[in-house]
Ligand binder design. Structure first.
Ligand code: ADP
Ligand code: MG
Length: 427
């Protein structure tokens, strides 16, 4: 392998100062060492991808979290937030750029083999061999995990039964439905009774019956004292399973806590939507905004498009009867076609955070175009490309990314072990 040139480049940090108080408290707890009893501990885990096309890309930014035994921790975020990258670092598929994670006392960067003996991984994309049956898969992975031959049959029967796959045990996995493939990937992750299991969108593509089945299985695993780190796009699933969750945006946690805590903290209140009559929308908008802000001083404007206005109202500051009476009074005068008041849910909380990711992606797309253009220009005058000779746009992008971290060459993305995404951990 080509030797790695480690360069220290300043990335302006996203500002720990702006961090949510729960996220900051967890960071302090973990970095001060008071989370040492946790089964899993992430200490400033960071990943910067470096690709020719995109340049430097901060996918996971100084993540800190401690997960105790018997917890189902939910990792939420839109596509591209950094969930899979986090999992890949925790399972040894990718080397972190900086920071470390610990399973009990084993460091992921120093004792990955020991760590891998104690984790199961159900990857986002099923890593199955089309030409093997479910029974053969479980046999194969049992042997790789070092299950004694005398116990192999028992394990295979247990896993097939546990995941409801007995009916399909002798069929080639290439012929399975998406749901059965997910079940088989889950069965593989459970082999060897690992105390910690990573599940990357385990129920995506499952029918409601299979999903319920997997939920029950996960709840039993937690009762058994095992810990699960789960990613999901379903709020219903998180409500059913997660004891704690975090919403990730651009590689950082934006909030952290139990579902009830997050609902109370971020979802408490109402969304007030107004639809205005035409044709003079701009004028109507200004008047409506002024009216709302005068009558509900704690209202925050959330959206403002053409004929639609949305405000957030904190529930402790307001009574519903007051909202309705004020709006009924002003409906004709303000040119309001119709309006609605709805209670915020965990979905609203998620959507509000996720908007930041979309905005950031948009920004980074624009800046990547600039950077590409500037790189082409700078290469025309100089054949050596390094950080110090890069253009001011490069510097801007780098400072956007924040944090002082070493960078690696593209070789960095080669898995530490040869199994890539193949959902198995060898013991
Ligand atoms: N191998 C890679 N090389 C470069 N960038 C990557 C690579 N894998 C993922 N990314 C980028 O890192 C970010 C996080 O991706 P990922 O961890 O897959 O997010 P998620 O699982 O939350 O959808 C995305 O912007 C993605 O484009
Ligand atoms: Mg993913």
């Amino acid at each position: 392998m080509r030797s790695l040139t480690m360069r220290h480049v300043k990335f302006a940090s996203n500002g720990v100062g702006e961090e949510d108080v729960d996220v900051a408290t967890e960071r302090k707890r973990v970095t001060r060492g008071t989370g040492r009893k946790d089964l899993l501990r992430l200490e400033n885990l960071t990943k910067v991808y470096k690709t020719r096309k995109m340049g430097h890309h901060l996918a996971v930014d100084k993540m800190c979290i401690g997960v105790p035994e018997g917890e189902c921790f939910g990792l939420l975020g839109v596509n591209g937030a950094g969930k899979t990258t986090t999992f890949k670092m925790l399972t040894g598929d990718l080397r972190p750029t900086s920071g470390d994670a610990y399973l009990n006392r084993y460091s992921m960067t120093k004792d990955m083999l020991k760590v891998q003996q104690n984790i199961g991984y159900c990857p986002q994309f099923d890593a199955l061999f089309d030409e093997l049956t479910a029974r053969e898969h479980i046999q194969l992975y049992s042997r790789l995990r070092g299950v004694p031959p005398s116990e192999e049959n028992q394990i295979v029967e247990w896993a097939l039964k546990k995941l409801n796959l007995t009916e399909y045990q002798n069929k080639l996995s290439g012929t399975y439905s998406g749901g059965n493939k997910r079940k088989l990937s889950t069965a593989i992750a459970l082999i060897g009774h690992p105390p910690l299991i990573f599940m990357d969108e385990p129920t995506t593509g499952m029918d409601p019956h299979s999903r319920r089945f997997l939920w029950d299985l996960i709840l039993n695993l937690i009762k058994d004292g095992r810990s699960i780190i789960l990613t999901s796009h379903s709020m219903e699933e998180c409500e059913a399973l997660c004891t704690r969750l975090a919403i990730m945006v651009n590689g950082q946690f934006k909030c952290l806590g139990s579902i009830q805590h997050l609902k109370n903290k971020f979802g408490d209140g109402y969304t007030l939507s107004l639809r205005l009559k035409g044709p003079e929308f701009e004028h109507s908008q200004t008047r409506a905004r002024r009216f709302i802000l005068q009558n509900f001083p704690a209202a925050d404007i959330k959206e403002c498009h053409h004929n639609l206005l949305q405000f957030e109202l904190k529930s402790q500051d307001i009574s519903l009867s007051y909202v309705f009476s004020k709006l009924e009074e002003a409906q004709t005068d303000l040119n309001i076609e119709d309006y609605s008041v709805s209670q915020n849910t965990l979905d609203n909380v998620f959507i509000n955070f996720v908007k930041q990711q979309v905005e950031k992606v948009q920004e980074s797309e624009d800046s990547t175009l600039d950077i590409h253009a500037s790189r082409t220009r700078s290469r025309a005058v100089s054949s050596t490309t390094n950080i110090s000779s890069s253009s001011s746009q490069d510097d801007e992008m780098l400072s956007d990314l924040q944090a002082e971290v070493p960078l690696e060459t593209e070789d960095d993305d080669v898995p530490l072990l040869g199994f890539g995404g193949a959902g198995l951990m060898i013991s």
